[in-house]
Ligand binder design. Structure first.
Ligand code: PEP
Length: 255
């Protein structure tokens, strides 16, 4: 049986300030449905994990929103300057950690194997990795979308074995991220169906795995994307920084 509760996760990327975060979170809580019919998370820059945790005490409504990080180290501890371990994220009550975002693959040269190891490190600490996969425009135009996303997901399946049912997958076509270009609901659904079949072949519990769509999802297009059979939520960049837009997406996922 497929899980029906969708997940809407905001990826703030390298945006925010103490003051702006507090305003955004306050606005979200004020507009938040009392019992949202979808799960909601925000993945904040690492320095703001502590702020979120402190605000949960001050603003009880905030407990309806889960906290996520935008990356996690594959290493447990030691001489890895600049890295943040999964155990550290856990201390701040992180429920999720994005791994393999295309910006990390592109600018920090993260490989499929490293992304798979990061997912494993997160799972070992009790954190759900949101594993991002997706093709570039050149790959799509060359007809290689399916091959690329299957290769990226296969690495995570290979490294994580039966734990694969505990991950969240985010299909994020690279050409759609931050560009205002969105995959059509049909284009996204076609890739999600491929990923669903791959997960089904890997685990008896594939129905537990949420497959999010990400890439310029916004208040205007969320409902049509989220109505697709295999789209179980969204990973939202730019629109997660605007409370009104993020709330509209949450409402679309709750319909
Ligand atoms: C993202 O950063 O994961 C993302 C999907 O960004 P945007 O919504 O801005 O395209």
């Amino acid at each position: 049986m497929k899980i029906m509760k969708k997940l809407i996760a905001g990826n703030w990327k390298m945006n925010g300030s103490l003051a702006a975060n507090q305003t955004l979170l306050q606005e979200l809580i004020e507009g938040f449905p009392l019992q949202p019919a979808c799960a909601v998370a925000v993945c904040v820059p690492a320095p703001y994990l502590a702020q979120f945790r402190a605000l949960v005490q001050a603003l009880p409504g905030l407990s309806a929103i889960d906290l996520g990080a935008q990356d996690v180290s594959a290493q447990v501890s030691g001489a890895f300057t600049g890295e943040t371990s999964a155990a550290m994220l856990k201390e701040f009550d992180c429920r999720y950690a994005i791994v393999g975002h295309s910006e990390r693959r592109q600018y920090h040269f993260e490989t499929d194997a490293l992304v798979a190891d990061k997912a494993k490190a997160a799972l070992a600490a009790g954190i759900t990795p949101i594993v991002c996969i997706g093709e570039t425009l050149a790959e799509r135009e060359a007809g290689r979308t399916e091959e690329v996303v299957k290769r990226q997901l296969a690495a995570v399946i290979h490294t994580n074995g039966h734990c694969i049912s505990e991950i969240v997958v985010a299909y994020e076509p690279v050409w759609a991220i931050g560009t205002g270009k969105t995959a059509t609901p049909e284009e996204a659904q076609a890739v999600h169906a491929v990923l669903r079949a791959q997960l089904k072949a890997a685990t008896d519990h594939s129905d537990r795995v949420k497959i999010l769509y990400g890439g310029s999802m916004n208040a205007a297009n969320a409902a049509s994307l989220l109505s697709q059979a295999d789209i179980d939520g969204g990973l939202i960049g730019g629109a997660s920084l605007k409370s009104k837009d993020f709330l509209t997406i949450i409402a679309a996922a709750s319909a």
